[in-house]
Design a protein around this ligand. Structure first.
Ligand code: 13P
Ligand code: SF4
Length: 370
């Protein structure tokens, strides 16, 4: 049966049976398959993750595993990262190939190469600028960083990475998330006059040559469509309605939200903060809905609120459902049994070798800082 026919059949099967099939397939495949699950995955998928975590933890895990098959319940850039960090005979599978990231799409190879060329009309980027890409980016951009003395960061280690970068060269070009770069720099005490925002739609990023010469941090004009929905007014309302509440925010939120928050950190850091809090401490959390809902269930001793009155959910993370996970596991099982019509490499993510080498270097520079 081909992959599409299998999925059609699974969508006609009651979900309870799908969950049972996943359990059985996992038991049958044992350590041949490692399922990685990001915190933003929906619960029905998340429960099957062998390892769950934020982007940093999951990339570390991918670098360490020897499992021949890795199913990444997350989005495309995460599966690419896992493929870069694993050996060529390990297959990384993304259950739904349309699970992308709108932020990662806000900077492409051509735009960043043009930016680098334009910077060179004002300064010498290869000696003065460290390109830093947020892990939420294409493999091509990670390769660009590797090739130009740069590095990757996640929301869990951005400060350490920026410090490393400024130790090496005087300026940073940070893409694609303006907010992570800006919030990290503000927390490090970098003054506003040292930062500029590069708009890739405008010549010279919309900046005067003197501003580029002066800047220590050039921030790409990109953002997360989910985290931009949180507003500082939401924090004001929460504090008015729930005195003593702690506001926790992800650094992809705007600077105004992060400046009003009691704590800013990656998804893993937010979880740790709740885990270590005194009993009864209430929280309002500004990050993706699936994670916040899970925290509510996991920590009944802490009243937990979602910071925004709107639904801030990552629709591409939500694409991965139990049917696709079941299809991915079935394809691996059938491939191993030799009756899979090549289904075993169904939805395999393969980063071209030309990008792999440099992208791995940029990722290893990051992992070595940990
Ligand atoms: P972390 O996994 O680093 O917390 O980032 C959240 C995110 O937006 C993943 O895409
Ligand atoms: Fe991308 Fe935002 Fe979704 Fe993370 S939450 S995958 S940054 S769109």
């Amino acid at each position: 049966m081909n992959a599409q026919a299998l999925l059609t059949q699974l969508y006609d099967t009651p979900e309870i049976d799908i969950l049972e099939q996943i359990k059985q397939l996992k038991a049958e495949l044992g350590d041949q398959v490692l399922i990685l699950g990001h915190h933003y995955q929906r619960e029905e998928v998340f429960v099957f993750a062998d390892v769950s975590g934020d982007s940093l933890k999951l990339s570390q895990q991918a670098a360490e595993t020897s499992a021949p098959y890795i199913i990444f319940c997350g989005v495309h850039f995460m599966a690419e990262t896992a493929d870069i960090l694993t050996a060529d005979d390990q297959a990384v599978i993304l259950p739904d190939l349309a699970a992308g990231c709108s932020m990662a799409d806000m900077a492409d190879d051509e735009q960043v190469t043009r930016c680098w060329r334009e910077l060179s009309s004002v300064i010498s980027p290869d000696t003065t600028v460290t390109p830093v890409t947020y892990i939420n980016s294409t493999a091509a951009l990670k390769a660009f960083c590797g090739e130009h003395g740069g590095i990757v960061c996640t929301s869990g280690n951005a400060r350490k990475v920026m410090q490393w970068s400024w130790n090496n060269r005087e300026k940073i070009l940070f893409f694609p998330d303006q907010h992570l770069g800006e919030n990290t720099a503000v927390a490090m005490g970098v003054p506003d006059e040292d930062m500029i925002v590069w708009d890739p739609a405008l010549p010279l990023g919309g900046q005067a040559p003197e501003a580029i010469e002066q800047a220590r941090l050039i921030l790409w004009k990109g953002f997360c469509s989910v985290h931009q929905l949180f507003k500082p007014e939401h924090a004001d309302t929460m504090r008015r309605n729930h005195p003593g509440i702690h506001i926790l925010a992800h650094p992809e939120c705007s600077r105004a939200v992060c400046e009003t928050a009691d704590f800013v950190g990656s998804t893993e850091m937010i979880i740790k903060r709740v885990l270590e809090a005194e009993k009864g401490q209430s929280f309002a959390i500004a990050t993706e809905l699936n994670l916040v809902n899970r925290l509510r269930i996991r920590f009944p001793d802490h009243p937990i609120w979602f910071l925004s009155p709107m639904v801030c959910m990552c629709s591409t993370m939500f694409r991965t459902d139990p049917q696709q996970l079941c299809a991915a596991l079935t394809a691996i099982r059938d491939g191993i049994r030799g009756n899979g019509d090549n289904l075993s490499i169904h939805n395999r993510i393969s980063v071209p070798q030309s990008h792999k080498r440099w992208a791995r270097l940029a990722l290893e520079r990051m992992l070595n800082l940990a």
